[in-house]
Structure formats: C-alpha cells, structure tokens
Write a protein that binds this ligand. Structure first.
Ligand code: PLP
Length: 360
C-alpha cells in the first residue's frame, strides 16, 4: 500500500489515523458485532456516536448553547435553498456578497425564492480581493446577509467577519470550517458540506441560532426544515450514518491535535510556506491580494501554460496528486485542508523548486 499526498479540493484527504480507526472498527464497532453502516440510527450505539460527534463539534468551535447543530443531507448546495426557505420569514429580500463561483451559485438558487440584493462584488480583478465592508450597499429590509468566507475555486478568503448588526449573518463555510477558531455568536447560520474539512461527502453541518428556527416557508421540504430537523435531532429521516460517524472521528482527531487554535497555527504555517515559494519565484504566480489569500485552497499558474501537463504528470510521479486547477481558473490548485500533513506541503514546495530549475 502506498498513499499519495492528495491535494484534491473535495472530496479531500482525511487524516490517516481516522481511516485506520475506521478500518479497525469496520466489522465490529466497539463490541456491537456490527459495522456502523449496519446499525439502526435509532439504536443506542448510533445515538451515542451522533451525540458524541455533536458534543465534540460544540467543544471545538465553542458553539454557544442558543445554537442548534444539525447534521443534514443535500450538501452545501442544499443549503443554498435551505437558507432562504428557512430564513426569509415572509420578507422578500436578502443581501448576498458575491466573491466568486460559490457565491454565484448561492445567489442563483436564492433568486428562486426572493429578491437578491448583491451588496458587494469581489474576486474579479487581478489581484483578486474582497471589497471593504464600508463599500457594501446593503438593504435595510434584508432578511439576512449571505457570504462565502472562503471561495474554494479562486482561493479568496475573507480576512474579516462582516458586521451586520441585527441582520442575521449567514456563512457558507464549506471549505474553511474548522481551519481556525471563529466567534460563532457573530453568525445566524453557518453551514458546510463535509467533504472538505469535516469528513466524507454526504453530510452537511448546519449551525443555526435558535431564534432563527421556526419561520420556514410552509412549502419547505421537511428534510431541510430547521425546525423539523432540530425537533428530531437531525433524524426526521434516516441520516447519513456512516458519514456522521467518520465526521465524529475527525472531530476527535482535531481535539487530539490541540483544537482549532493549534490547527490555525499549523494551517497558517503550511499556507505561508506555499505562498512564499510562489512569491519567491518568477515562474509561479498566485493571482490573489495577499490580504485575502486562502489558507485552504492555493491556486497558482505557471509562467508557461504549455508546461501544465508536464507539471501535473511529474508531480503525480512524485506522489503529489490532484493539483490541476479548476477549469474556470486553469493552472494549478493545491488544497491544503486540515488533514493535509505539513510534510505534503514541504514535498510540494521542493517539487516546485526542482521543476522550475529544470524547466524555467
Ligand atoms: C464544495 C463547496 C460547495 C458545494 O458543496 P456540495 O456539498 O457539493 O453541495 C459549496 N460552497 C463551497 C464554498 C464549497 O467549497
């Protein structure tokens, strides 16, 4: 068996310790005589797995008591609809900040349900940046303000949390959740698909302030209705049990690493190393304003596009995979989520220097 350093943007690398523990427990979870996959979600074994996962996530993120944590299906994309359906509460308008591809998708979905006011646009010019909040045009009657703290495709990350006063702040944290501490109390809703920094695809975490629950549009499908799912402990229908279990193992792994403060230190170091390698060369370039560079997704282009295929092939031979940039951006993208070991970043930096020396 040989494992590569996998820089995929998602589904992404998982901690090796977690995969090994899952392997150990595959046929017989803690003396139950069955795999977690085979358990009733109503049985005491699975309920304990689910409750432990929630408690660990609450501890990691210091989630205040007046927030519910839901484990849902439908991905972040499901929440592009779930957020307006649950939060509009009869209001016809919501503010959205558009900083890239995922913001755009959230906006397109929200337009099915309400009038969308695009309060600010960023992530377009080169270098790409985030517009300062003083320039935003918000609407006084918006039901909420939605933004994407980290744009996974372009690698643009907010260096600040917007201040929205009484207007609930909603964040699609799919590619940045758990990468550093955040003050949850500043948010109305935080949601994230799992397959970047939480666990396997198929489960979606929604952290929602309690006073925002209970006003869903009557036509909201019940599996995505925050009230229905909060009342049912996220089990109004069969939840994605195995993904929930693996997410729980990831939360325990994060606690063993020292929690989110420790992860922030490691993540910053990893990102700094990679950006330093890019900035220190005339061959590689990252098109993002240094103030808004993502810690998780690092796109870069080569001085000569004609070398892209060679770069990818040689990187693969060196055990560095899935570095191809998103088709809308081109070049390369290294996703360096929590589970990417620092050694993977070191190996990538070494490879990049060597490649430049030989090809530039
Ligand atoms: C990956 C991603 C999504 C899409 O997630 P799905 O779970 O596939 O719906 C949405 N937003 C962001 C920021 C992402 O990184």
């Amino acid at each position: 068996m040989s494992r590569v350093f996998n820089f995929s943007a998602g589904p992404a690398v998982l901690p090796e310790e977690v995969l090994k523990q899952a392997r150990e427990e595959m046929l017989d979870w803690q003396g139950s005589g069955m795999s977690v996959m085979e358990m009733s979600h109503r049985g005491k074994e699975f309920v304990s797995i689910a409750e432990t996962a929630e408690a660990d996530l609450r501890e990691l993120m210091s989630i205040p008591d007046n927030y519910k944590v839901l484990f849902l299906q439908g991905g972040a994309t499901g929440q592009f609809a779930g957020v307006p359906l649950n939060l509009l509460g009869g209001k016809g308008k919501a503010d959205y900040v558009n900083t890239g591809n995922w913001s755009k998708k959230a906006i397109a979905e929200a337009k099915k349900y309400c009038d969308v006011n695009v309060a600010a646009e960023g992530g377009k010019s080169d270098p790409m940046s985030i517009p300062a909040q003083s320039e935003w045009q918000t609407s006084p009657d918006a039901a909420y303000l939605h933004y994407t703290p980290n744009e996974t495709i372009s690698g643009v990350e907010f260096p600040f949390v917007p201040e929205t006063g009484d207007v609930p702040l909603v964040a699609d944290m799919s590619s940045t959740i758990l990468s550093r501490p955040v003050d949850v109390s500043k948010f109305g809703v935080i949601y994230a698909g799992a397959q970047k920094n939480i666990g396997p695809a198929g489960i979606t975490v929604v952290i929602v302030r309690e006073d925002l629950i209970g006003n869903a549009d009557p036509k909201t499908p019940s599996f995505i209705d925050y009230q229905v799912q909060a009342d049912a402990d996220s089990m109004s229908n069969t939840p994605p049990t195995y993904a929930w279990y693996i997410a729980g193992l990831v939360f325990q792994w994060l606690k063993r690493q020292g929690g989110l403060e420790a992860m922030a230190e490691i993540n910053k170091r990893k990102a700094d190393k990679l950006y330093a390698a890019i900035d220190g060369s005339d061959f590689y370039r990252n098109p993002v304003d240094p103030a808004c560079r993502s810690w998780m997704n690092v796109p870069f282009v080569l001085a000569d596009d004609g070398l892209n295929e060679t770069f990818l092939a040689e990187a693969k031979d060196a055990g560095l995979t899935t570095l191809k940039g998103h088709r809308s951006v081109g070049g390369m993208r290294a996703s360096i989520y929590n589970a990417m070991p620092e050694a993977g970043v070191d190996r990538l930096v070494e490879f990049m220097k060597d490649f430049e020396q030989r090809k530039a």
